[in-house]
Design a protein around this ligand. Sequence first.
Ligand SMILES: [Zn+2]
Length: 314
Amino acid sequence: MTGFVTDERYLAHDTGSGHPERPERLQAIWQELHQRSLWSQLLHLAPRMATLEELTLVHAESYCEFIRRSLPRQGIVWLDPDTALCPASYEVACLAAGGVLRALEAVIEGRCRNAFCAIRPPGHHAERDHAMGFCLFNNVAIAARAAQVYHGLRRILILDWDVHHGNGTQHIFEEDPTVFYVSLHQFPLYPGTGRADERGRGVGEGFTLNIPLPPGSDESAYRRAFEQLIAPAVAAFHPDLILISAGFDAHRDDPLASQRLTEESFRWMCRQTLQWAATFCNGRLVAVLEGGYALPALARSVAACLEEMLQAAY
Ligand SMILES: [Zn+2]
């Protein structure tokens, strides 16, 4: 089985009119999954709220309090020029992080072999103590640490194919040799981090792999990176669990970046990653939505990944 986490309540995080990270992203995905009859093949997992204890696996407690205290009574407040809070945002962000935890639990308990989380707000720019780039809590980072602390897994691979570098995830784990962070991203681009010479620090050196790709990169560049750089690194690391920061903004239709992937490129990357999961960790893989702002391209790309995940889980 392939697990699937989503919820109507994720629509309640209001980012204001004209913001690319908008509720319609999830609705486009839901519609596509219904149209392809994928919806009924998935094991639907109801998300829960992450607890403060779970959030503070990677975030400062003072930061979690700050987000809660900063909520407006009505309308929207801005934490930075990109990152909005509405009255529901704290609860929705807890539900996003908790949705990934629910997927993780289902995969570890064996209720499903892999799982996809269609959640918002996204997470990979969120730092230990500040919000950034549409992100409030670092959903994938919280799940990685929870897998270790609550489920006894040791080595966690985070593969981040969002077109932007996941600065938050990198910084949270850069001194940690047990969480291997691999990112493919357009460079230069927001947030400006993710150069190839950022390889981790201290005992974590060598457990961050940044693959910056120039604007205009197509599937062949991604394939080369997977085959020549990522595959040997994953084999050497031998993960107990694979988490994907699955952003779809490297699609050629995306308005926020200039890469040239198609939905078939995402299908290929997902299939490769599923093969690593099958080889090294009994298929355990949780994919978590990050970016992706061209709605039809986003929906088709998520559906392509889910078709691969269902096939791998059959
Ligand atoms: Zn992105």
